[in-house]
Design a protein around this ligand. Structure first.
Ligand SMILES: *Cc1c(COP(=O)(O)O)cnc(C)c1O
Length: 414
């Protein structure tokens, strides 16, 4: 573990000093890692007609969004709040794609007023958009009938999921579009989250291309996100093989473009991939106890700080530090690492082998940059942590301050 961590950005900072300065727990991001991962997605295929849009539900920190923009990524939004933040980060409407699901006409109008293209995912929402945007443009989200993902809750296509339009409703979409003079300019899909093997993705791309062929004059086909990262990095889990993915994807898209004609564009919409590895959470051990044979490590990293383990049974590698140094991993003990929230389910890691820990030790939860802070909350009226960025030249920059007790009153001031 020690060796594997040597290249990790956490081994390049004094973790205890960071917590002293910014409070514990703390989200730490690494600019270099973020830029690398963003570039990998933007350049997945080296063609001018290929691009990547980030699904910013995975991380909506304004400063990180600015970096994405600089690196040439566009963005997908799923709510007016995300659109609002993207605008603040300097994205103009032409670089934002609103992929919505069961929204009101007012929400659609919010996007339209900003020149943002909307993707609808039901006939009913297509009708709604038609009524308020006659003669406009629209994209359609299809459900290709198969999904993929690391947990039932994150599979977003196939029978039994709420997303997308079924392939056998293509004629209905055309009829509704015709009724309102809507131009169908793009189609998109998202089959699910966190694949490390490209096969289900490639299968879904084939399915989407089959659907695309049934529309004339599309301007783009959006293949979705779900690109996984190796959360079990200390256990031999391998990075997604981008070269292999490229080799499979490129001929499919090149062939299709040739047949389809026009200036058809393709894009992907990763959310986790750019962000996950560039972020970690630091927290503090406050208690060590044994309850009926289970050894518990009590920390300040509750599910209000990181929801994924409780919500999806997710696994994150965890590293321990003492006096700013990684604790040598001899004689590991099996422990259950928990937070400080008053719920039994508040478990960060169950039956995990860790070096002997004591009060005051610092834990680093790796790969927490995606679906981390965005899902944090004030549950138990705890303060959400600060976020800091390790910049390219190694400086630490505060990119979101920690909540204050005063912040808990914001909603009551009217
Ligand atoms: C969440 C989401 C994504 C991103 O998923 P990741 O697994 O984080 O890559 C992309 N597209 C849509 C429509 C989504 O809802």
């Amino acid at each position: 573990m020690n060796q594997m961590l040597q290249k990790h950005f956490l081994s390049q900072v004094d973790v205890e000093d960071l917590l002293k300065e910014y409070g514990s727990p703390l989200y730490v991001y690494d600019e270099k890692t973020l830029r690398e991962r963003v570039k990998e997605m933007v350049n997945l295929l080296p063609y001018p007609w290929f691009g990547a849009s980030c699904s910013i539900k995975a991380n909506s920190n304004l400063f990180l969004l600015e970096i994405l923009k600089e690196e040439g990524m566009d963005a997908d939004a799923m709510s007016p709040g995300e659109i609002y933040l993207l605008e603040k980060a300097g994205f103009d409407g032409s670089r934002i794609f609103y992929i919505c699901n069961n929204v009101s006409a007012e929400e659609m109008k919010y996007a339209l007023d900003r020149g943002i293209l909307i993707s609808v995912d039901s006939l009913s929402q297509l009708e709604m958009l038609g009524r308020i945007n006659r003669g406009g443009e629209v994209a359609l989200r299809f459900n290709p009938g198969t999904g993929a993902g690391h947990h039932e809750k994150v599979i977003t296509a196939g029978a039994g999921t709420k997303f997308g339009i079924q392939e056998n409703m293509i004629e209905d979409t055309k009829a509704i579009a015709k009724k309102y003079g809507l131009r169908i300019v793009g189609i998109n899909q998202h089959i699910g989250s966190l694949f490390l093997d490209g096969k289900p993705f490639i299968d879904s791309v084939k399915a989407l291309l089959r659907i695309a062929a049934q529309f004339d004059n599309l301007e783009f086909v959006d293949l979705g996100g779900g690109f996984g990262i190796p959360y079990r990095r200390f256990h031999g889990e391998k990075h997604l093989d981008l070269q292999e993915l490229r080799n499979e994807l490129a001929p499919l898209l090149l062939d299709f473009r040739k047949q389809y004609g026009g200036g058809l564009k393709f894009k992907i919409e990763p959310g986790r991939y750019p962000f996950a590895e560039c972020g970690a959470i630091l927290g503090t051990v406050h208690a060590v106890k044994t309850n009926y044979g289970t050894e518990y490590i009590g920390t300040d990293i509750g599910f209000n700080v990181l929801m994924r383990p409780m919500l999806y049974d997710s696994y994150h590698e965890i590293v321990a530090f003492r006096n700013n140094k990684i604790i040598e991993a001899r004689d590991e003990e099996k422990v259950t690492i928990v937070g400080n929230i008053c719920e039994t389910g508040d478990i960060l890691a169950r039956d995990r082998y860790m070096p002997p820990l004591q009060e005051g030790d610092v834990l680093g939860v790796l790969d927490a940059g995606a679906y981390g802070y965005v899902m944090s909350s004030n549950y138990n009226q705890r303060l959400r942590p600060a976020e800091v960025l390790i910049t390219l030249n190694g400086d630490i920059r505060l990119i979101r301050r920690r909540d204050t007790l005063e912040d808990l009153l914001v909603g009551f001031r009217f």
